[in-house]
Design a protein around this ligand. Structure first.
Ligand code: MLT
Length: 312
C-alpha cells in the first residue's frame, strides 16, 4: 500500500479528474510542460489530469476559461509572463484580471528563449541582419498571438534589428514553430523547450539565446549579447493558477502536488533536457508568484509604453 503523499496529507483528495487548461495550441512550450506535469500530478493526486488546449488571441481565451471555471479545485490553468502580466498592456478590454480573477498556485519554471530561423535561410545572426538590411520590411516572425511570450520576443527582436518585420499570429507556439520549420514564416523567438529538439534535429536553425548564458543543449549557439543584440534579453516565467475563490485547503493541496511533481527526479531530468529551469522550492509557491506579478504588470506597462505599443 502506498504511503499518503505529501500533497494528499494536506487534507483534500480530489474525487474526479482535475483538468489542466493550456491557453495555447498543442505542441508549444506550455503544452509540452503541461503534459509532463499532468502525468506526474495524476499519480500524486490519484486522479486523471487531462490537458485541455484552448488556444487563440495570445492566450486570452484559455486564460478567460480558467478564470471562469468553477473554483472547486478541479481546474488548474497554466499561464505565463504574457497571459498574466504583459496582456493588460496589449488589450484594452482583457476579459480577466490577472490578479483578482485567480488564486496563484505555483511559479514553476523560468525559461530561456531561442531565436531560430527556418531551414536553408541564414546560418547565423550576422547573416540574418545582412538579409534584413537588404530586405527591409520583408521578414516574417511567427508568434502565438499578441501578448504571448513569442510575441514579446518578436517585438524585442524587431526593435533591436529595426527589421520592420511582420508578426504572424498563430493559436500557439506549436503551429507557429511548425510553419517556421516548413518555411512559411522566416523566424521565431520562443521558449527553448520546443526549439531545442528542432534545432538538434536540424528542422530549425538556432541563431541566439535570449539569456546571459549559453545553453548546454546548444553549446555552439551564442547568446544574443555575444551576437551583438543585447536588447534581445528575455526569460519567461511560467505559472499555475486556480480560479479566484477556490477553498484554501484545496489550493494548498494543488500547490503541494505541483511542488512534489517538480521534485520528481524523472520529471526534473526531462525538464532539464529541454532547458526548463524549475524554480527552487522556496520560490515556487503562491506568495513569490503574487509578488512577481505585482512587479511584472507595471514593468510590461512601462516597456510597452516605451515601445509605443497601443493596446488593441
Ligand atoms: C507563447 O508564445 O506565449 C507560448 O510559448 C505559447 C505556447 O506555449 O504555445
Amino acid at each position: 500500500l502506498a504511503l499518503p503523499s505529501r500533497a494528499r496529507a494536506q487534507g483534500w483528495k480530489p474525487e474526479r479528474p482535475v483538468t489542466m487548461l493550456v491557453p495555447f495550441a498543442a505542441g508549444g512550450p506550455t503544452d509540452v510542460m503541461a503534459r509532463l506535469l499532468a502525468q506526474k500530478l495524476a499519480a500524486i493526486l490519484g486522479q486523471p489530469v487531462p490537458v485541455e488546449n484552448v488556444g487563440g488571441a495570445g492566450g486570452i481565451l484559455g486564460t478567460q476559461r480558467a478564470a471562469r471555471a468553477e473554483p472547486d479545485g478541479y481546474t488548474i490553468g497554466l499561464g505565463h509572463m504574457g497571459t498574466h502580466s504583459a496582456n493588460p498592456s496589449f488589450y484594452k478590454a482583457l476579459p480577466y484580471d490577472p490578479v483578482a480573477s485567480f488564486t496563484p498556485l505555483s511559479l514553476f519554471a523560468v525559461n530561456p528563449m531561442v531565436l531560430a530561423a527556418k531551414p536553408r535561410f541564414v546560418r547565423d545572426l550576422p547573416e540574418l541582419r545582412d538579409w534584413i538590411g537588404q530586405n527591409k520590411g520583408r521578414l516574417t516572425v511567427a508568434t502565438a498571438g499578441t501578448g504571448s511570450v513569442s510575441f514579446l520576443g518578436a517585438l524585442l527582436f524587431d526593435r533591436a534589428t529595426q527589421a520592420g518585420a511582420t508578426l504572424v499570429p498563430y493559436r500557439g507556439a506549436g503551429p507557429a514553430l511548425q510553419d517556421t520549420m516548413n518555411g512559411v514564416t522566416d523566424v521565431i523567438v520562443d521558449q527553448a523547450v520546443t526549439v531545442i529538439p528542432q534545432a538538434q534535429g536540424g528542422t530549425l536553425v538556432p541563431l541566439a539565446v535570449t539569456v546571459p548564458q549559453r545553453l548546454p543543449q546548444l553549446p555552439a549557439v551564442p547568446t544574443a549579447a555575444e551576437a551583438g543584440l543585447p536588447a534581445l534579453d528575455i526569460a519567461v516565467w511560467n505559472a499555475a493558477y486556480a480560479p479566484a475563490g477556490i477553498p484554501e485547503p484545496r489550493a494548498r493541496v494543488l500547490t503541494a502536488a505541483i511542488s512534489q511533481a517538480l521534485d520528481d527526479p524523472a520529471l526534473a531530468a526531462r525538464f532539464a533536457e529541454m532547458a526548463i529551469q524549475v524554480t527552487p522550492p522556496d520560490q515556487r509557491g503562491p506568495e513569490p508568484l503574487r509578488a512577481l506579478i505585482a512587479r511584472e504588470i507595471p514593468r510590461w506597462a512601462r516597456l510597452t509604453q516605451e515601445a509605443g505599443v497601443k493596446p488593441e
